[in-house]
Design a protein around this ligand. Structure first.
Ligand code: MLT
Length: 411
């Protein structure tokens, strides 16, 4: 029989959101009459904006004509989209990013998962805790994580983010080579302000660490002092790779498109002691393993940057953020402690009465027919917390808040 990658045997049997889905399906089978409001996985519910739909229709027509047909595109993405990204996402914020530093992909999940391909399997990794499970699981697959002992991987440094420290992680102590930061944060919905993020850039510079900065939720930022990009911090181009996604910004979870910025300033060390460009390595990796996001999807993404597209995207984000504030208020009125929902579409809730995350999951499902995500699924410091998303339909969010108010009576 074929020998397998044994690192996979270290992993828990299934991915967090598959586990949650299984539990919900089991509940549904037992209670077919309960209409479950799903607030678990952060999947969007609103249609893609008209500007992007029109662009896709035009792109489909292009594909039907020999003259305008597109086959394989550039592995790095089409310049028509990369240029818009450079101008709108970066130059408008006085950040100088070169078009060759942008790599279009099928989303931030793939890129944050794949980036480890260009890093040594010896690298020590630090994650904020709780954390988006992809960062940890993909390092387990690569053999960087060690063994799972009491809910913690032995070679990963966990940086707790809890109510006690205001969800602000302390700087690492174990001298990690790679640090994953996700801000606005999934799952807690909390943020780092400019001076807090500056400390991380300074730390990475002083300690030769690489920051993998996931800003998939930057479009949800409403407060002025919260950086949208790590490159707003001077010197960050020397220490950070940034991941962006159109999934949550523009409802592309089903379409699939995102991008990664790998600055040319970033250097790594080969085992021979040679300095190597990470941009060149990622380019090599993408050219070998990826044939580019589809032409039609990239045309849709380009349209998001048009005047109409930007306006329509903002409207949908406002729709979700109205849900977020409804949820925040509803949960607080039910007597629960909540965070997030101001600069992010996630609400992080302290479970009441010392309930564990999974106990609260069961309680909400049974008493309110609401399905969320248990905080412990995101890491040990998520125990005793629970996540709800604001990506639902407005009517469902209103119904959820109503059901939650009855929870107060039942407590
Ligand atoms: C989440 O619910 O955390 C996200 O939807 C997962 C993802 O973006 O892959």
């Amino acid at each position: 029989m074929i020998k397998i990658n044994d690192n996979f045997c270290e992993l828990p049997a299934s991915y967090l959101f598959s586990d949650v889905a299984k539990r919900i399906n089991a509940f549904k089978a037992e209670h077919p009459d309960v209409e479950i409001i799903k607030m678990g996985i952060g999947d969007v519910t609103q249609p893609i904006c008209p500007a992007a739909i029109q662009a896709m229709e035009n792109a489909v027509a292009d594909q039907a004509d020999r003259v305008t047909f597109h086959g394989y595109g550039p592995e790095q993405g089409y310049d028509f989209l990369r240029r818009r990204i450079v101008d709108v996402d970066y130059r408008s914020r006085n950040i100088d990013i070169d078009i060759d530093e942008i790599f279009i992909s099928d989303g931030a999940k793939s890129d944050t998962g794949n980036i480890g391909d260009i890093l040594s399997t010896d690298c020590k990794v630090a994650v904020t805790d709780p954390v988006y499970p992809v960062y940890v699981d993909t390092n387990v697959m690569a053999g960087r994580a060690g063994h799972l002992v009491d809910g913690r991987w032995s070679r990963i440094e966990y940086l707790p983010c809890t109510a006690e420290n205001g969800f602000i992680p302390s700087l690492p102590k174990d001298n990690p080579d790679v640090i994953y930061l996700c801000y606005p944060n999934n799952p807690t919905g909390t943020t780092l302000n400019r001076s807090q993020l500056e400390k991380w850039v300074e730390y990475a510079k002083d300690n030769n660490a690489l920051i993998l900065f996931d800003s998939a939720y930057e479009a949800y930022i409403t407060e002025p002092d919260i950086p949208h990009s790590i490159y707003e911090i001077p010197g960050a181009k020397e220490v950070a790779i940034e991941f962006r996604s159109f999934s949550k910004t523009a409802g592309f979870t089903g379409l699939r498109c995102g991008y990664t910025v790998v600055p040319k300033e970033l250097k790594g060390l080969s085992k021979n002691g040679d300095e190597v460009s990470l941009n060149a390595l990622w380019n090599r990796r993408q050219c070998t393993k990826f044939n580019g996001a589809s032409y039609i999807v990239q045309r849709a993404a380009e349209a998001l940057y048009s005047t109409k597209g930007r306006h329509q995207v903002k409207e949908t984000i406002a729709y979700y953020m109205r849900n977020a504030s409804l949820l925040r208020n509803g949960l607080s009125a039910a007597g629960l402690e909540v965070w997030g929902g101001v600069n992010a579409p996630y609400i992080w809730v302290k479970t009441p009465g010392g309930l564990s995350s999974w106990e609260f999951f069961d309680l909400l499902l049974e008493k309110c027919g609401i399905a969320g995500t248990p905080g412990v699924g995101f890491g040990p410091s998520g125990e005793g917390y629970f996540r709800l998303t604001a990506f639902g339909r407005y009517e469902d969010t209103v119904a959820a808040v109503e059901r939650l108010s009855s929870l107060k009576l039942n407590k």
